[in-house]
Write a protein of this length. Structure first.
Length: 640
């Protein structure tokens, strides 16, 4: 009897799911029809259909579109009620922003303050300051905020004009403040803004600015004849000119810097910043004294970008003592990053401190990371690849599926509005705890939303949840394409994950298409070689075609570079000609150094990630995990 009852209950559950799915499908059709009617302004049809959708997840989106298009006439009550119900959705926040803009146009500052929440938009921040001024808020506090909005090196929106007018007429405004903003504008090369600010200066100030503009346009000639008495503005003008020269000629800039240091009392920060900027220029121009200049800079003026430059030059020269010294000088937080730990261990090893280096490698090799794997290779250790998928209970799943905002995101995808789905998902994820985010990533992975799953898992810090971060969709296609071209399928998976995050219809800004992000010209080139006819670009988005063409192109670049995975990976991202140029420039360097010296930041990250991903996918595919040193073989066999 109990067994019959269980079967009956199962039948009822399946029946209810089927009925629910049918009901939802019907609502989706009604939603699409109502949405089209609203776009065509066929309000009779729209209002006829709307009541049928009151329980449908995307009912709120139709209301949003309707309310936004009628902001001038919709009542306060309707808008306020919508925000009460949907303020925690993406489109609820979009409606708030639109309403705030409309209230500002109507000068309804009391309502503006009632509706306002902290905004990223500078225009809305300015309107909020204006609203506070208009409604008798603490003027001193408001003007302090206005000063912060004004004191930037770029032009601000016209929405700020009123409050900036109040600032100009306040006690906060003086010549020093104007000069500070002029300095910011000139640093940002916004000369038009700087010039417009000079009307706030007296005639003497305008003469000084005229000198500054002459220095900007003709720095060498101006420095040759510059004889203004020492003052803060004179020093700023001199520094500006020297920096302009340094962009093209370090030696000449250094000559003027040494000359003017003897005549003007530059502050300690000015001296430190100029030393740093000259060292930047010296290195960029590949000057023979670059290392000397980089070493001389006071560590108080060293930033992360400067550290990157120092390390790259030391690596290029294989100056291991300099590498160790540079890393020792890093702030503690930076020094503990996996990258710096790896290069410090390499420097110790090359400096003869083998035992200490080995201990560092052993600790680093426990990390599931590109640098952790490189460290493991240095000591012949196995990679620490571990899938730590958390328990995902029925209660966890039910709780997430009960989150109406996540289901709104899902429903946008079901009705063919993926961009809206992405926006709603992102907005909702920001409001979840890390525990919830990790489980939301697992649901996204189950739904096939791999790009969302990767990013959400990363946000949650779930870097060892490999089944989510390194899934195996399209496995049959990938393995078939790889086998046809005698490629490692794990490498193909690594390329696909980095290129498109498994999004079949991915299109880059440059025009690359599909899972393997093929440029149309590349796709046509490979298709001709394979004897495949492409009738349109749309054909390249087909999964079978995309992987077939992509793996064939991978084979082509791998053959071009004699089986070198590093160069082939770089070529797939940046093009074979660039990869060849880079290989010639640093042909005899160890490959881990070569990767670090790739000039394009995007390609540098790309190569590291694909190599790391390849090892993970080998584990996920149940294949033998090859050490990265196999892919990081010498780039030029003539170097030995």
């Amino acid at each position: 009897m109990k067994q019959m009852h269980a079967v009956f209950c199962t039948f009822l559950l399946l029946w209810s799911i089927a009925v629910s799915a049918d009901s939802l499908f019907g609502e989706q059709l009604v939603f699409k029809e109502a949405h089209q009617a609203l776009k065509k302004k066929d309000f009779a049809t729209y209002y006829q259909l709307l009541p049928q959708l009151e329980t449908y997840p995307l009912y709120y989106y139709l209301r949003y579109r309707q309310l936004k298009s009628n902001l001038k006439t919709v009542s306060y009550g309707e808008l306020h009620a919508f925000l009460q119900d949907y303020s925690d959705t993406y489109f609820g926040e979009q409606l708030r922003q639109a309403w705030l803009g409309q209230l500002a146009k109507q000068n309804d500052w009391t309502t503006f303050i009632d509706v306002y929440t902290p905004q990223k938009s500078t225009a809305l921040q300015c309107y909020y300051a204006q609203a506070r001024l208009m409604t008798s808020h603490d003027v001193y506090s408001v003007m302090a905020d206005v000063k912060e909005l004004w004191l930037v090196g770029k032009s601000q929106p016209t929405a700020c004009n009123y409050i900036f007018g109040r600032l100009y007429n306040s006690a906060l405004m003086d010549d020093q403040l104007v000069w500070t903003r002029i300095h910011l504008a000139m640093q940002a090369d916004k000369t038009s803004l700087a010039n417009s600010l000079t009307k706030r200066l007296d005639s003497n100030g305008q003469l000084w600015f005229s000198q500054w503009m002459t220095m900007h346009k003709q720095p060498k000639n101006t420095l040759d004849t510059f004889g203004m008495p020492d003052s803060q503005i004179a020093r700023r003008i001199i520094l500006h000119g020297i920096r302009r020269i340094a962009r093209k000629d370090f030696d000449e800039a250094k000559f003027y810097w040494d000359k003017f240091q003897l005549r003007y009392a530059f502050s300690v920060p000015q001296i430190g910043e100029m030393q740093r900027d000259l060292a930047f220029a010296c290195n960029k121009q590949e000057h023979p004294f670059a290392m000397r200049q980089l070493t001389k800079v006071n560590k108080e003026f060293i930033d992360p970008e400067f550290n990157e430059i120092r390390l790259k030059l030391a690596l290029r020269e294989q100056n291991w003592q300099a590498i160790a010294d540079f890393i020792t000088e890093l702030p503690e937080q930076q020094k503990t990053s996996l990258k710096w730990r790896y290069w410090y261990a390499r420097a110790l090893e090359r400096g003869g401190k083998i035992f200490t280096a080995r201990k560092e490698y052993q600790k680093l090799a426990k990390e599931q990371d590109y640098y952790g794997f490189l460290a493991a290779d240095q000591i012949g250790a196995s990679y620490q690849i571990e899938d730590r998928a958390p328990a995902f209970t029925q209660a966890d799943q039910s709780a997430l599926l009960a989150n109406t905002h996540l289901m709104k995101a899902y429903e946008f995808y079901q009705v063919g509005m993926p961009k809206n789905g992405w926006r709603e998902w992102q907005h909702t994820i920001e409001q979840l705890s890390p525990h919830q985010q990790e489980r939301a990533a697992m649901i996204a992975s189950q739904w096939g939303w791999h790009a969302k799953a990767f990013k959400t898992a990363a946000k949650a810090g779930a870097f060892r949840n490999l089944s989510v971060r390194f899934p195996l969709p399209f496995r049959e296609n990938v393995e078939e394409g790889a086998n046809m071209q005698a490629l490692n399928p794990a490498w193909v998976y690594g390329i696909v994950r980095q290129e498109s995050a498994f999004q079949q219809h991915a299109r880059s800004r440059a025009g690359a298409l599909g899972l393997m992000q093929l440029m149309p010209a590349t796709g046509r080139h490979v298709a001709r070689k394979l004897g495949i006819r492409l009738s349109s670009r749309q054909d390249i988005l087909d999964i079978d075609t995309n992987i077939m063409l992509g793996t064939a192109y991978l084979r082509e670049v791998l053959d071009q570079f004699d089986g070198n995975y590093v160069l082939a990976t770089a070529a797939y991202n940046a093009g074979p000609s660039r990869a060849k140029k880079w290989s010639r420039a640093y042909a005899c360097l160890p490959a881990d150094i070569w990767i670090e010296l790739i000039p394009f930041k995007e390609t540098r990250k790309y190569v590291k990630r694909v190599l790391f991903y390849t090892a993970i996918f080998e584990e996920r595919l149940g294949r033998e995990v090859n050490p990265l040193r196999v892919a990081l073989a010498p780039l030029n066999q003539l170097c030995g």
